[in-house]
Design a protein around this ligand. Structure first.
Ligand code: HSE
Length: 427
């Protein structure tokens, strides 16, 4: 038996046009493989007059999203405009009209996901959003289905394609600006790339994964740091020490608290996550009984993301059940309890007593130095690199900001957490 799914596409930008292209080219193949016939019933965009879809009747194009929602032949509304509004309103109105939702919008889910899921359950419709996190990696499906009988203890992810591309290219000798330009040209970066490079995009994604994995309504914002102060030199130093630098997203359940954060991290070069290069994303899930599952693949880009959106549409055609998502309030681990080992690089004046000033500040903050090196360069300002033993994040940041105020410190410290990614203890 063939099941027909009428699709109303809202947003015809990079991903939306990719979705339409895949449906036009592959609808026959999809039907043959799955028994789901996808029919594009309406396409909505602010610039509806500019939409070009060979072989598709122009009558289905509109600039009015309400027409898409009111269309009786539309079963699934695919929201691909991104951002908070009008995306939230469109999704809620579509749910009220009993339309299933497919979206790639991590921002709206990170902020309004609980409200959206609750309304969807009340209205007996599904909300699928595989493309919102990790590009084409099936991480949502894995968390919600593969681990449905287990409990996830930790998630480690590389969840932003743009920053992973930039760090990879910087490791190959490219400048930060040039690498960011490349990511923008390839279409990986957000419209405002500060979302990528400041870690906000990855923070939204790990928040969504943590809520699903821990069935948690998490209060507060994750600790979020970006990659803007990382230099090619830091990547080189890290490599010499046996580490790779990645923008790492972490979600761990620790007792009653959730440790949720995104920041650059030095991870052992031999770890599987260190091999994830360019715009690829990866997720390492640690379950209580099932152990570890590692997923990786294209984390950004038009067709990889559009492919997953279409997969969600196909899923709508084969689903007989409404996903139940119920979240219990959970508190985030406070900054005051966060501890790590750190890599710190300062640019300092090369003269007697400088090191003593820095180590005094660190010592007064109870931060113990594990290793130190000064690169012998014939310049007035020289880099010094310190590795610390485990220290509290707050104390570390306070001490570093005191060091930065010293006259002899000419380039402010770059501070990178060291994550050994040993298998967490599972109780
Ligand atoms: N800007 C995002 C990234 C796109 O670079 O990963 C996918 O969410």
């Amino acid at each position: 038996m063939v099941v027909e799914v009428g699709v109303g596409l809202i947003g015809f930008g990079t991903i939306g046009s990719g979705v339409a292209e895949i449906i036009s080219k592959n609808a026959g193949l999809i039907e043959k493989r799955t028994g789901v016939r996808i029919v594009l019933r309406a396409v909505c965009d602010r610039s509806a007059e500019k939409i070009k879809l060979p072989g598709i009747d122009k009558k289905i194009f509109t600039a009015d999203y309400k027409k898409v929602i009111a269309n009786k032949e539309v079963d699934v509304v695919v929201e691909l405009i991104g951002g908070y509004e009008p995306a939230r309103t469109i999704i809620l109105e579509a749910i009220a009209a009993k339309k299933h939702i497919v979206t790639a919008n991590k921002a709206v889910l990170a902020k309004f996901g609980y409200e959206i899921f609750e309304r969807a359950q009340k209205n007996n419709v599904n909300v699928l959003f595989e493309a919102a996190v990790g590009g084409c990696i099936p991480v949502i499906k894995t968390i919600e289905e593969s681990y449905s009988s287990d409990s996830i203890r930790a998630i480690y992810g590389i969840l932003n394609g743009t920053t992973n591309y930039i760090l990879t290219k910087m490791g190959e000798g490219m400048d930060y600006r040039e690498a960011l330009k490349g990511a923008q040209e390839f279409g990986f970066a957000e419209a405002d790339p500060s979302f990528d490079v400041e870690g906000k995009d990855a923070a939204q994604k790990i928040s969504i994964l943590a809520s699903l994995a821990f069935d948690a309504r998490i209060e507060g914002e994750p600790l979020t740091r970006g990659i803007t102060d990382i230099t090619k030199k830091d990547i080189e130093y890290a490599r010499e020490l046996g580490y790779a630098i990645k923008l790492l997203a972490v979600a761990k359940r620790e007792g009653g608290l959730i440790d949720l954060r995104v920041h650059p991290a030095m991870i052992p070069i031999s770890h599987i996550l260190a091999d994830v290069g360019n715009e690829d994303n990866a997720v390492l899930l640690v379950g209580k009984n099932a152990g570890q599952i590692f997923l990786s693949g294209k984390g950004a880009g038009r067709l990889p993301t559009a492919t997953v959106v279409v997969t969600d549409i196909v899923e709508m055609g084969s689903r007989g059940r409404i996903t139940q998502r119920n979240f219990e309030k959970a508190k985030m681990k406070p900054l005051s309890q966060m501890r790590s080992r750190y890599f710190v690089r300062f640019g300092v004046v090369d003269k007697p007593g400088v090191l003593a000033m820095i180590t005094k500040i660190l010592g007064d903050a109870a931060i113990s130095i594990a290793a130190f090196s000064q690169k012998e360069v014939n310049r007035e300002v020289v880099p010094i690199v310190l590795l610390t033993h485990e220290a509290f994040e707050e104390q570390m940041m306070k001490a570093v900001s005191l060091c930065n105020k010293l006259d002899v410190v000419r380039e402010e410290a770059v501070v990178i957490r060291i994550e050994d990614l040993a298998q967490p203890l599972l109780d």
